[in-house]
Design a protein. Sequence first.
Length: 318
Amino acid sequence: MIIDSECEHPIEVVSDSAHRPWRGFRVVEKALMEPAECTFTPAELASDIGGGDAGWSEPLLDGELPVGADSSDQMVTVRRNQAGVTGVELDGQWFDLRGSTSGFVVHPGEMSGRYAWDARVGSVQLVLLSQALIDNVARGLGYAKSASVMLPAMVGQEPPGFMHAVDQLVGLSQPGAAQDVLLAETLAHAFVAHLLDRTTNVTLGRRRRVERLSVMALRQVHERIVDGLHAPLDLSVLAEAAGMSNYHFARAFKHTTGRTPHEYVMAHRLERAASLISGTSRSVTEIAFECGFSTPSHLTSQFRGRFGVVPSEWRRVR
């Protein structure tokens, strides 16, 4: 796929999460092996990458990024080790990035930006974030109660955990990667939280004290997980069961159980799969889909990581 933005040379898209059911964010990895200079707004770029009518995910999802010129959504460009963007102009201000260490560029959706790329670009990651997602995380952190949090155009250095979240999201957007919506949404929320912490002018409030889930709320979430293991689970489904916002729920759940929602759900998927593998003669493929794994290989890799053996070995010794 080629981006047809205003560039001297086309940019090849290596991977794109547009057709994954991720709510309010999108990850694109692109490659450019020649020097180039591009001018675009994130809203225009979103339209170009999506291939016109293809747009974002289908069907339309809540919190999905709009494509129109009035978009107030954000784009974060991740750059690494002096390779990639050599400079960027945002809102008339030029940032010379040559010789700088790994970091990021925050680019508001309606703002035109001019990027200069050097010849050493292997891949560059773009994270497109909806305003709804940013506001949801900001409210969960206690930074804002009702008004939207508008991030400024800025260039920053990589904070702890920032690149790790991006790397995992890029991996999940690769063709053939596991369709792990809950993990992707957890990582995206952590990414936005890191971003808000680095953007000092939005920290007008005080971080909300992390609450613990009530016994009733935890029971309702647990029942929702157990009843829904056969299908994809996302943060919104679990947060609704607890009566909380997505990010507020994710923090409270980990504070209560010691595990992220993704870790908790994965443990239950594997426990059910192990029980079915040892107690029935059904195929691993059938069990994988019944336990909510996107592919049999996804089950196998997770199973080996948890139990130290592949499903066939587990069945043989049980």
